[in-house]
Design a protein around this ligand. Structure first.
Ligand code: FRU
Length: 750
């Protein structure tokens, strides 16, 4: 018995050793991936011998890098890859592999090209598509991606590489497809981060040049809104994006990133915070122009006066300082000078982003949403553009979208947007002006929900070298007579490159707009930075003004201007009037009286300029100012002046009565190289020769607005001086007879 026991113990001890080594070797074997990687295809044979080819896109054989007309292809392995750019983007075709057995846990491959769902690599088992993957970004640089195929071990599979896409980025690049027990890609799809919310903000690191990632917000597992495109930082944190989550206290907020890369700082550095500093103290934050607290802004929208408040909605990206994710931002003012920021008014939904539009006050409850409801009209910009409405019963503080949106479906016109609605009293109906590609279409409605097409305007008249956008139709009276004005913004095709707003003067009979014969195109502003402007609805009759405001930027460079946490400001609100410029009627515009009224801040008046410079202290620059003066020509052919600083940075103004032009030159105005479109051409406006001109210049941190003779000619141009302009300089050399009189300078704020 005892002997037996000893023997058993010895045996067990022996076995223990054996078992130990047995398990150890198993462990080592599996963790070292003793199964070697298996190359499925690296195209290094220089032929498609293992593939069936269809179509012409992949050519007869693998490519050696780029093909004719293609940007440099990089990041492939060895000498060859599959490249479907044969005959350019338009060619189509497929490569289908021979069947192979899945013998490892993962398939890794290199992929590049377009992001269309029609350019992909697909794994098929029998008839079933297991994975179908396109390049994560549009790029000629191949990236490593991986599929988890554990579940399909030992099954027969086939690979298909397809290019069924024509046009821009209609090609795919594939190389080094291997089987492996290692998931080698550092790209993750639908990566999710969840936070228990006890603070007010989630702060996301942003870099403007990083590609956009789709991010979906969830609260307690439920989707909130639609995915947003966010430029999460890749190489450095340029600024922070605040996502307000205060109202989700105690809940779980998740962010799902459609694509993420291991190690991306835009994801690993996300933090929660109770504070977000909206003040920034940015060099180019305007002191008296409206700008968003944070994020990107373009067109003014939904401008309406109601219950003592001017509402300004605007095209807004709250998720970054470049264009994207269009929402309606919102601000209100009682005096058109001081603005209060309010929360976002309308957010994207399943019908698309919220593009430009207008708002009315429904005094007679024609729509049935309630008496005096503010009703907003906007373009739902999904795959196609259509017109939608939303209403507010609380002075614009919250909006409810109409459940039967859109109210005007897309009739197969690509650019079909920017509804501007007003009440046409003579026929007790609402009129909508809508940009419809190269024309403006007018619609009518009794209830704001059903719209009927009235007429179309614009063929063979005005400027047409770009898309027509943001119309506005309204009356102005001239010497007791009512004229109708139609504003049409165009991009590109403005008089000085990029975008601008043209107008027509004529008659509107409730159905048709008929233009007067005038030398079209005519422009509301010849400067480069006044776009998509329209006028306020519902200004009280006792006031009687027609007040306009535009986006003070240009699509030619708007996304690149050297501000950081926000981009763009609006022009000053301007009163419109009809004026005779000496040759014909023009729509003149001039800042509303409220902006010049703060006379307390008036500082300097000089009857006549005696030397060639007039000093402007930093205090003026910092608070914004307006300077005005009258220049008498006394037979001279022109004159020049400039705003300038000690560094030689200046914006130059040149009046040439012989050439009949008023030219602005900002090529040396400060920072100009952020875009090649910014400084280049001389900015020209037509000028009627006169013996004297009155000039008003409103100057803010990053903008200049010049009004000649009360706004008969206007030039708005943004500038980015690296030091304040501290003098107004007049070119008096040889022009002894030019006299500059009545110089007035006053601060806008104190
Ligand atoms: C004009 C515009 C509009 C459009 C909006 C989108 O600047 O292109 O036509 O509604 O911007 O943000």
């Amino acid at each position: 018995g005892r002997m037996f026991l000893i023997k058993t113990i010895k045996l067990l001890l022996l076995m223990r050793k054996f078992l130990f080594y047995y398990f150890l070797s198993l462990l080592v074997l599996s963790s070292c991936h003793s199964e070697e990687d298996l190359m499925i295809e690296n195209f290094e044979s220089g032929s498609f011998e293992n593939w069936t080819t269809e179509g012409e896109a992949f050519g007869q054989a693998p490519a050696q890098g780029s093909l004719a007309g293609e940007q440099e292809v990089v990041g492939f392995a060895g000498k060859y890859l599959a490249n479907s750019f044969h005959n350019g983007d338009d060619s189509r075709g497929t490569l289908t592999s021979k069947p192979f057995r899945i013998e490892r846990d993962f398939i890794n491959f290199l992929i590049g090209g377009g992001t269309s769902s029609d350019t992909y690599i697909e794994l098929l088992i029998g008839e079933q598509s297991i994975y179908k993957t396109h390049s994560p970004v549009e790029s000629e640089t191949l990236q490593l991606m991986s599929w988890d195929v554990k579940a399909y071990r030992n099954q027969q599979a086939v690979l298909r590489i397809a290019d069924n896409q024509r046009g821009s980025w209609g090609h795919i690049l594939i190389d080094a497809i291997e089987q492996s027990n290692q998931y080698k890609s550092n790209l993750m799809e639908n990566y999710t981060l969840t936070y228990d919310i006890s603070q007010k903000y989630l702060l996301l690191p942003i870099e403007d040049n990083a590609p956009e990632t789709k991010v979906q917000l969830l609260v307690d597992g439920k989707q909130v809104g639609v995915p947003m495109d966010i430029r999460l930082a890749k190489t450095h944190i340029q600024y922070w994006l605040p996502i307000p989550v205060a109202h989700y206290q105690g809940k779980k907020v998740s962010l799902i990133f459609s694509q993420a890369k291991k190690g991306d700082i835009g994801i690993s550095q996300i933090k929660t915070s109770d504070v977000f500093d909206y003040t920034y103290n940015e060099t180019y934050r305007p002191s008296f122009h409206f700008s968003p607290e944070y994020g990107w802004m373009n067109d003014p929208n939904g401008m309406v006066y109601h219950n003592g408040e001017y509402h300004l909605f605007y095209q807004y990206n709250p998720f970054g300082a470049r264009w994207g994710n269009m929402h309606w931002g919102h601000a209100i003012s009682e005096d058109l000078v001081h603005w209060n920021h309010l929360p976002v008014a309308i957010s994207p939904d399943g019908l698309g982003a919220i593009f430009s539009g207008s708002a009315v006050v429904d005094k007679d409850n024609t729509a049935g949403f309630g008496k005096n409801a503010i009703i907003a009209f906007y373009t739902s910009a999904g795959e196609q553009q259509a017109q939608s409405i939303a209403y507010s019963l609380d002075n614009g503080r919250t909006f409810t979208k109409y459940t039967h949106n859109p109210v005007i479906a897309n009739p197969n016109i690509q650019d079909f947007r920017d509804p501007k609605v007003f009440w046409y009293a003579p026929e007790k109906k609402w009129i909508m002006s809508l940009a419809t590609s190269q024309t403006i279409t007018f619609y009518a409605s009794k209830n704001l929900k059903q719209w009927e097409k009235l007429s179309e305007f614009g063929e063979n008249i005005g400027a047409h070298t770009g898309v027509w956008e943001c119309p506005d139709l309204f009356p102005l009276s001239y010497k007791g007579e009512t004229k109708w004005i139609l504003f049409v913004s165009i991009n590109p095709g403005g008089p000085n490159g990029g975008n601008a707003t043209q107008y027509f003067i004529g008659n509107f009979d409730g159905t048709t707009f008929t233009p007067d014969p005038l030398p079209y195109p005519l422009w509301i502003d010849y400067g480069r930075d006044n776009y998509a402007g329209v006028t306020w609805n519902n200004i009280p009759e006792s006031d009687g003004r027609r007040i306009f405001l535009g986006w003070m930027n240009n699509w030619g460079y708007g996304n690149m201007v050297p501000t950081q946490n926000f981009r763009s400001a609006m022009t000053l609100p301007r009163e419109l009037r009809l004026a005779d410029n000496g040759e014909h009627l023009v729509v003149a515009s001039f800042p509303v009286k409220e902006i010049g009224e703060e006379k307390d801040y008036k500082a300097i008046i000089m009857n006549k300029l005696s030397s060639d410079t007039f000093p402007i202290s930093t205090d003026f620059y910092n608070n914004g100012y307006v300077i005005s003066f009258t220049v008498k020509l006394d037979g001279l052919k022109g004159f020049r002046f400039a705003l300038q600083n000690g560094k030689g940075e200046k914006i130059m103004y040149h009046f040439d009565t012989e050439e009949k032009t008023f030219i602005v030159d900002r090529s040396k105005s400060g920072l100009t190289d952020f875009s090649s479109n910014f400084a280049e051409p001389l900015i020209k406006a037509p000028l009627t020769p006169k013996d004297h001109y009155t000039i008003h210049l409103w100057v803010d941190k990053a903008s200049t607005e010049a009004f000649i003779n009360g706004g008969e000619v206007v030039q708005t141009n943004i500038v980015f001086p690296t030091e304040p302009y501290n003098q107004l300089w007049f070119d008096l050399r040889g022009n002894a007879t030019v006299s500059v009189e009545n110089i007035t300078l006053y601060k806008i704020k104190n």
